[in-house]
Design a protein around this ligand. Sequence first.
Ligand code: XIL
Length: 321
Amino acid sequence: YHGLRKAADKKGLNFGFAVHTSFFNMSADDPYVKILKENANTLVAENIMKPVYIQPERGVFHFELADQLINFAEANDMKVRGHCLVWHQQIPYWMNDTTLSRQELLQIMKDHITTVVSRYKGRIKEWDVVNEAIDVEEEDNFRKSVWYRVIGPDYIDSAFVYAHRSDPDAILYYNDYDAEGMNEKSDAVYELASKLVKNNIPIHAIGLQSHFTVDQIDLDEIKQNIKRIGDLGLMANITELDIGIPSNDFGPQALEKQAHYYGALMQMILESENSNSFIVWGEHDGLSWIPGFTEGKKVAPLIFDSALNPKPAYYRLLEVL
Ligand code: XIL
């Protein structure tokens, strides 16, 4: 196979993978690295740019791994997506502290965002600024994270403003899951985005995480959602795609269905006027977070198998691109 990168470059599409920590110790001719080089023009850190890794103690920043990733990307003429600045998970214990005052936590958030975004100004061209802030189980649709509880819902506005001040050219995302099609949650994301836009908050894109399962993907709804986000003047991109197969259904037929959806989603992104990015959440099935996260109920969600061989989904993307 000859790789997806060339076609992606030609179409102006950001295409690539979330990369795993183990990648940092690999040699240049490791098959994992080879796959990145042949297929990706964009990388995102699966974990190591999250606050718990970047700022494990207050004021103590660890950029070594992030620097390595960015250096690798630049050496290979690839872009890096920044993931993520404000989230309720994978934050250090000292940040996840509801006894802090509003002023103090706002300052902590500002320091974190400013330090990280400024460091990579001009090098990281887009950031997931706020991740997973919506929870439709809550009356007001906001997740009751430390950010919400201590600062209030306007922590979201502040996060975008701080990020924008630190790199005015960066594309700033609100990123969430289960909000790809038309449903209660995507309505809530849409409502939040509308408000931010109306208040001139510097938000530029909605990230559709897209942790899917074969058979549960409504392509028309996703298209409709991308379109309404576009009508707000925002980009809508696929930021964390995986398409899990129920383990009791695994087989050639399921792999074919999976390929169908990968291809159809790619087609949709290529055709959408307000989309330019298609990121798969992991390079190969052996390193996907999905089997662990679903306790084995869903498996094999990516485009290379655990032996690093391309799957039907890979070949379908090659066709569509
Ligand atoms: C996941 C990683 O893939 C795992 O390795 C980690 O243990 C937990 O986080 N939404 C996100 C991603 O925004 O950061 C998450 O990544 C998956 C769900």
